[in-house]
Design a protein. Structure first.
Length: 276
């Protein structure tokens, strides 16, 4: 559900936010958190290696268990919580042996629900099992690319991956991007769609809110000086002056493919993603 605001300022008129009223209002589990050092997009020499980063509110990292290696041990959902480091919500669970973990929360998961990871787990919301046991057409998330490595596919807010087929030791998956990809059917996946599916409908509304999110302003190259960008300089508004589009560092861009032709996983991609 998207929350709207009364337009008592110009920025509030277009601002929206996710509705957090369904989340559990208790303090975080301190044993599962740590404070990460901020580098504002700079490397170990202090030079900017990632532009448009810096500032932002102080946030604390939550250790999320993407592997869920406790096979056959049931757990109970204690809380559904907000995580500042990711777009999806997370669930704090307690296992039958007393261990607590943070997991990615599926959409419509409720406090008190039971979850289990095993080879013969029931095909219910939040449960985790191997792909070859899951029927064709089912939506899953947090999927392993390599068995035993932990979930790497379908982890962002609202993401869901559809199972298309099982054949010759592999499962064909339809990704949210439209790409059709093949992974081993011995890889584990969780049933359901990732929580917070309306995240993409949130409107930031004002520049200050971007700064809270650690996002610094983006400046057009054409308004920079010639020493700062290939498009810079000139009296007034000028054309870019180059036949092909270039990056800030003079590298030709715009439609250039960056994926290696020798990458091992190329053979696993049946159909490329849909270009928007």
């Amino acid at each position: 559900m998207i929350k709207k605001f009364k337009p008592y300022t110009h920025s509030r008129r277009s601002m929206t936010a996710a509705d957090y009223s369904t989340l559990t209002k208790i303090p975080r589990e301190k044993a599962l958190t740590k404070r990460l050092k901020k580098n504002a997009g700079r490397n170990n020499q202090g030079r900017i290696s990632m532009r448009h980063q810096g500032g932002g509110n102080k946030i604390i990292y939550r250790h999320v268990d993407f592997l869920q290696e406790k096979k056959g041990v049931p757990c109970k959902v204690e809380t559904i919580e907000y995580d500042p480091y990711r777009t999806a919500f997370i669930a704090k669970v307690i296992y039958a042996d007393g261990d607590r973990r943070y997991l990615l929360a599926p959409h419509k998961l409720e406090v008190g629900a039971k979850i289990i990871t095993s080879l013969d787990a029931p095909l219910e919301l939040g449960n985790r099992t191997i792909l070859k046991r899951i029927p064709v057409g089912t939506f899953v998330h947090n999927i392993e690319i390599m068995p035993g490595k932990g979930g790497q596919l379908g982890r962002s807010a609202g993401a869901s991956v559809q199972i298309l087929a099982h054949e010759d030791g592999y499962t064909d998956l339809k990704m949210p991007s439209g790409e059709t990809r093949r992974v081993s059917w011995d890889s584990f996946a969780s049933i359901g769609q990732v929580s917070n599916p309306e995240h993409n409908l949130v409107s930031i509304g004002k520049a200050g809110r971007s700064r809270w999110l650690n996002i610094r302003p983006t400046v057009r190259g054409s308004v920079m000086n010639p020493r700062d960008h290939p498009y810079g300089g000139g009296e007034g508004r000028q054309p870019r002056g180059t036949r092909k589009p270039k990056t800030k560092w003079g590298k030709i861009t715009g439609g250039h493919k960056t994926r290696s032709k020798k990458k091992w996983s190329n053979k696993m991609i049946i159909k490329r993603r849909i270009k928007k």
